[in-house]
Design a binder for this molecule. Sequence first.
Ligand code: NAD
Length: 261
Amino acid sequence: MLLKGKSAIVTGSTSGIGLGIARAFAKEGADILLNGFGPQDDIETIKADVRALSGAKVEFVGADVSKEDDCAGMVATATQAFGKVDILVNNAGIQFTAPVHAFPTEKWNAVVATNLSSVFYLSKAVLPQMLGRRWGRIINIASAHGMVASKEKAAYVAAKHGVLGLTKVTALDTAGTGVTANAICPGWVLTPLVQKQVDALAERKGLSKEDAAVELLSEKMPSKQFVTPEQLGGLAVFLCTDAAAQMTGTALPMDGGWTAQ
Ligand code: NAD
């Protein structure tokens, strides 16, 4: 068990990529604080499922990461429950699409607050204790859209590029302290966030959902295969090992060749 004795906050872990990373950490023995939205019954099922993977402690806080007070409260709860927070995965994120000239300002504010400001709020809240113990891992789930753009994603692309900038500054501000900060840049992963985009494409072009998924992949990913939450979990675990102690300030694509083009 690579992460026995470590404790982690994974934001947006009631679904998709965050849940995949939480499960990967739990399998390696880490205590996990889950976060996100969803019906209470579903959250209880997820907690039991993650707990069953290793018997480590599993807590849940329904904090809204777009709010600084909620972020500080979540770090305080995790610290009380586990004694410390060693690993922070900033994963929670939302999407909204519209051309820039028609992009609703309230959607811009919501996407930037959830996908970018949250990373600042939580990093700020957790870093003092990581620096005090001279060990910590901050893993920011950015996107291929942190490196390149797509049309109609003004807020998302701006926020994800911002996440890469913030990751680099965090790495410089903590260099040599035992704390590292890195970003993972996934290509398409078939989660609820992307299923909505597949459904919209199917509707717009009169395609079946399967054909729409293939078209979405073909447009961007040379591999034409989805990345999985399990594969992203494996990379996140690696970033927490001693082998990755000198990796900091990086942006790691896992995107089937998307950004190699
Ligand atoms: P998802 O919709 O399946 O899950 C998002 C999670 O974030 C859920 O648990 C949701 O409850 C939570 N969440 C949303 N707003 C929140 C808030 N304000 N406070 C707390 N939790 C909140 O999405 P996903 O596809 O698993 O995406 C996870 C991350 O990966 C996002 O940052 C996304 O931008 C990024 N990403 C996804 C893909 C993809 O193809 N799915 C690709 C690249 C990057």
